[in-house]
Design a protein around this ligand. Structure first.
Ligand code: ADP
Ligand code: MG
Length: 697
């Protein structure tokens, strides 16, 4: 057994490495930048580059790369070796300050949503000193933000970093109002629980749909799914356990605090949760986690599947985004406190989240929108597309008592007087048991449960940060001019509860009654990705992003277009893969088996003239009519895919995919899945659900 404390963070240019290797002046400079978000002094970049290079070379690195997170949702890197020729066929190892600070990856094929014309296609990467550099596969990786020539953001990280400044600014205003003189900065923290599937690599490689789309496009229900509940928290088998141990070790080396691992509900499904960290570190770490899951699975002859819904009939995979706010003097601002003062402050921060959730339901929904997640949300395995927040009964009762100025039974039937009342302890767990809520308060943090497994958490977190910053800014505007703080605070809290309580729902979010009730309450129900993205550029949303300097109008528009384009491309690839699988695999298999049955039926008929109907003829009829229908639907799908190219407006095109193409795909799948149980196993052209889901033994 290796000593974890010696390997933990061994591949990270971490705070302790910097302390050891930088002069105290340089260390203080970079620490100041990390802690306050201030710009780094220009003359400090070279000594940092030198120290980074020496450290990386000692660790066996040969290359460096600016590591960034473009709108593809996966990370990007372009490796440069450290070598610099010095004549006579010799080289030295070189790494300049400018190579650290700025990169020009010429990443012209990455999505820009029209922000970058091809003649100025160069994108720039800029070092983000607030995220630690690390070594992966013998390359020094430098976390960077990615932008266009004109400075417009082209990545997932930039708005996140800006939103951290926005929430810091507004939260500090509110803390000052409560008389806080010790806090210097407020940060948002996140712990992302990551679900995934592990299947045998040979299964993965024998299915075109898994290879091209990351999910199965066909597959009849297996005899055993997740109904026994025996996989959830079950004993982890040897192969999976060996994978998990390797994964933990590699993550620890990269300073990712992987903490919890267990089997999940569906067969072959598992989960990993790290200890939380600041949202920008958590975002980098989650990207690394997903990447390592895939590469380490490969080494174990496994395939890791991160799609939102890889298999029908069993649960898909999500990602829970646990979010909280903390001040640098060590206070979790979403934790109920022990004094009346702390309670009032907690309630105001909680209400900032409630107000934000109600006012920007659409943005929260957008942060979890993708073609894959449309297959999962609202299907009784994940929260619905309706955004609400659950607080648990106790806290809801507290809010109700404040709103109505009535006695609170948890206080021995006394009234709650803000600034004077100590609230009884709010039990942490009650709300957490509501696993159906999209956004659940779980004692000292909020758990956003809509994300699909493959998502970058950057978008959800910059949206939560921004909308909460906006509420805090409204609160601060009102309270900063107050003459009687406690009185006005009480009025503000009561008013905010009254206005936004419709967003609070503690019941079963999976029920039909909730959809009806939510409609009565006037809440949004943006069922699909396309419905959600339509709202991205709404006036109020653009105004929000501009006010807090997160994204400009052009940047919002480009993001909407990139995401819609991505939606269309995913469905187009799925459609083409279906056609390929039907024509090259399923139909030929069905026909071969039919031919076998026809031969058999004819032989039988020779033996007995009276035999008109038989098992064979019965199956032949079903295969024949199913085969014909599949053929028709495949042709129809082909035509529709080509018709879609004629729609030039991206939103119209996305709608065509959603309304027309998806339903043809659905029907085609139904027919193919109905034939699968009729065809002998020997003839079926790829592994079935039962083969795949129980392949890791
Ligand atoms: P569960 O949601 O399954 O009950 P936990 O409550 O233990 O599990 O935590 C799940 C995730 O929430 C972990 O990644 C954990 O680090 C993270 N978490 C815990 N406290 C906070 C916090 N204050 N802010 C953000 N994330 C947190
Ligand atoms: Mg959880």
């Amino acid at each position: 057994m290796k000593d974890i404390s010696t390997i933990y963070g061994s591949l990270v240019f971490s705070d302790s490495v910097m302390k050891e290797r930088l002069s105290s002046e340089v260390y203080k400079g970079i620490r100041h930048t990390i802690d306050t978000g201030a710009e780094l002094r220009e003359d400090l970049a070279q000594p940092i580059a030198n120290a980074m290079k020496e450290w990386a070379l000692e660790k066996g690195a040969t290359h460096y790369t600016h590591w960034f997170q473009p709108m593809t949702g996966v990370t990007a890197e372009k490796h440069e070796s450290f070598i610099k020729p010095v004549g006579e066929g010799k080289v030295i190892m070189d790494f300049s300050a400018s190579a650290l600070v700025k990169g020009e990856p010429d990443a012209s094929s990455l999505p820009s949503g029209g922000l970058r014309a091809t003649f100025e296609a160069r994108g720039y990467t800029a070092w983000d000193p607030s995220s630690y550099a690390f070594i992966k596969d013998n390359s020094l990786c430098i976390p960077t933000a990615f932008c266009s020539y004109g400075g417009e953001t082209l990545d997932k990280k930039s708005p996140l970093l800006r939103s951290m400044d926005a929430i810091n600014l507004q939260a500090m205003r509110v803390l000052k109002l409560f008389g806080n003189t010790t806090a210097k900065r407020v940060v948002a923290n996140c712990g992302a629980e990551q679900e995934y599937f592990l299947i045998d690599k040979s299964m993965y490689e024998s299915r075109m749909d898994l290879i091209h789309c990351g999910r199965t496009l066909f597959g009849a229900r297996p005899p055993k799914g997740q109904e026994m509940g025996d996989h959830y928290f079950g004993v982890i088998n040897q192969r999976v356990s060996a994978f998990m141990k390797d994964l933990d070790e590699e993550l620890w080396k990269l300073g990712v605090p992987a903490k919890t691992k267990h089997n999940e509900s569906a067969p072959a499904q598992h989960e990993l949760a790290p200890i939380y960290s600041t949202v920008n570190l958590a975002t980098d770490q989650n990207q690394l986690t997903m990447e390592l899951m895939k590469s380490i699975a490969c080494k174990h002859n496994l395939a890791c599947i991160l799609h939102e819904k890889p298999f029908e009939k069993v649960n898909g995979s999500g990602k829970h985004n646990n979010w909280s706010l903390a001040s640098d003097d060590g206070i979790n601002l979403l934790e109920p406190g022990d004094t009346p003062h702390e309670n009032a402050q907690f309630l105001l921060f909680l209400l900032a989240v409630i107000k934000a959730t109600d006012e920007y339901q659409d943005l929260l929904r957008i942060s979890a929108a993708s073609a894959g997640n449309d297959l999962r949300l609202g299907a009784h395995e994940a929260p619905p597309a309706i955004i609400s927040i659950s607080l648990g009964e106790d806290l809801t009762n507290v809010l109700e008592a404040i709103e109505t100025n009535k006695p609170y039974k948890g206080l021995g039937n006394k009234k709650i007087i803000l600034g004077a009342t100590v609230l009884p302890p709010i039990p942490k767990d009650t709300s957490d048991r509501n696993r159906t809520s999209p956004f659940a308060f779980t004692g000292n943090k909020l758990e956003f449960r809509l994300l699909g497994a493959p998502f970058s958490i950057a978008c959800t977190n910059y949206i939560i940060n921004t909308i909460v910053a906006n509420s805090l800014s409204d609160f601060a505007d009102e309270l900063e001019i107050s003459k009687d703080f406690n009185k006005d605070l009480t009025a503000l809290i009561a008013k905010t509860i009254r206005k936004h309580k419709r967003i609070i729902f503690n019941g079963n979010n999976y029920s039909l009654e909730w959809a009806e009730e939510a409609e009565k309450r006037g809440l949004m129900n943006l069922k699909t990705t396309v419905d959600a993205f339509e709202h991205f550029t709404d006036k109020k949303n653009v105004a929000l992003f501009e006010k807090h300097k997160i994204l400009s109008r052009n940047e919002v528009q480009s993001r909407r277009d990139i995401l819609l384009d991505n939606y269309i491309k995913i469905l187009n690839i799925e459609g083409l893969t279906m056609i390929e699988m039907v024509k090259k695999q399923i139909l030929p298999a069905v026909m071969l088996y039919e031919r076998k049955l026809v031969k058999l039926a004819l032989n039988k008929k020779k033996l007995s003239e009276s035999l008109d109907r038989s098992v064979e003829t019965d199956i032949i009829e079903k295969l024949s009519s199913g085969g014909t229908r599949m053929y028709e639907l495949t042709n129809q799908l082909e035509n529709q895919l080509s018709d879609s190219n004629e729609l030039l407006d991206i939103l119209q095109r996305a709608k065509y995919f959603k309304n027309i193409i998806l339903s043809t795909m659905k029907e085609l799948r139904l027919v193919a899945d109905s034939l699968e149980p009729l065809v002998a196993k020997y003839y079926w052209p790829f592994p079935t659900y039962a083969d795949i889901l129980y392949s890791v033994k």
